[in-house]
Ligand binder design. Structure first.
Ligand SMILES: Nc1ncnc2c1ncn2[C@@H]1O[C@H](COP(=O)(O)OP(=O)(O)O)[C@@H](O)[C@H]1O
Ligand SMILES: [Mg+2]
Length: 274
């Protein structure tokens, strides 16, 4: 589906309204259930950043990249983060994936506080997250199935299961039933990105983080891969945080957040006319 700028505008306004409604409901529920143990679990964020700051460099070269980030992401939500290049999206995404140490403020991922977390705690968190990057990062000397299987082998709980079948099944789910034993090198861009999705989702992660996953793809393949991510994630109940410049995929989001100069804007709809 091709969206005009106007319909994207309406969509974003609609999403902003939904978000406001959602926040009102959450506030009401919090008032009704003031103790955390009474709150329904669906209200507990899987990722929660509060007053999060991030700096690169040291001494005179120290530069702040993120300023006072506050963002809660809930189970099963698909959140899209947009914003200009250099605004801090990848920095925030890698922090939220436990790929970079959190420095100041608070960041909880799946209940683990990441500020001051040990290497071991970070690794523990990473195991529960699937990553999809702009460059698919497949191992070119392995087949599609071997690439997917490798990510399962990192999880002790799957070692006793039929990992070949699990890998084959998920490759079928992303429409690659005819490419299972092809070397990654011999696949098209869109096919490689679908292998990357299969690899990220095969272990049923609670969270999937994707950084510009459609950037290297043409319009149709870009659309296909995000729809596939959306479908698989909804089936598995996982949460997606996706960074993109690609206006054509904004409609798969439950919520859109906007980053500018290291700060999250409250209301992305307000930015639309710029
Ligand atoms: N490893 C790094 N060392 C120093 N500065 C960095 C590093 N990574 C990112 N930055 C800076 O942080 C800011 C945000 O970058 P980034 O998160 O990559 O933005 P985006 O993903 O929105 O394009 C930029 O000014 C960038 O130059
Ligand atoms: Mg980036």
């Amino acid at each position: 589906m091709q969206l005009s700028e106007k319909s994207i505008g309406e969509l974003m306004l609609h999403l902003a309204r939904l978000k406001a409604d959602n926040e009102r409901m959450t506030t009401m529920q919090n008032q009704t259930f003031p103790t955390t143990q009474n709150q329904p679990t669906r209200n507990k964020p899987v990722i929660s950043a509060s007053s999060l700051n991030h700096y690169f460099g040291e001494g005179e070269l120290r530069k702040q990249a993120l300023f006072d980030i506050n963002l809660d992401i809930y189970p099963g939500e698909i959140v899209i983060m947009t914003g200009p290049s250099g605004s801090g999206k990848t920095t925030l995404l890698t922090l939220m994936g436990g790929l970079r140490s959190a420095q100041s403020g608070s960041l909880t991922i799946l209940g683990q506080e990441m500020c001051g977390a040990s290497k071991q705690q970070m690794v523990q968190v990473r195991r529960q997250i699937g990553y999809i990057f702009q460059a698919h990062n497949l191992l070119t000397f392995l087949s599609a199935k071997q690439n997917v299987r490798m990510s399962l082998e990192l999880h002790d709980e799957y070692l006793s299961q039929d990992m070949n079948k699990m890998s084959t099944d998920i490759l079928k789910a992303v429409g690659l039933e005819n490419r299972i034993d092809y070397y990654a090198d011999s696949l098209s861009g869109g096919q490689k990105q679908r292998v990357a999705i299969a690899r990220a989702l095969v272990s049923h992660p609670k969270i999937v983080l994707a950084d510009e996953p459609t950037a290297a793809l043409d319009k149709k393949s870009g659309r296909d891969v995000v729809e596939m991510m959306q479908q698989l994630a909804k089936q598995q109940g996982c949460t997606i945080l996706l960074v993109t410049h690609d206006n054509r995929i904004l409609d798969i989001a439950d919520r859109i957040v906007y980053m500018e100069d290291g700060r999250l804007a409250d209301n992305p709809a307000l930015r639309l006319g710029e």
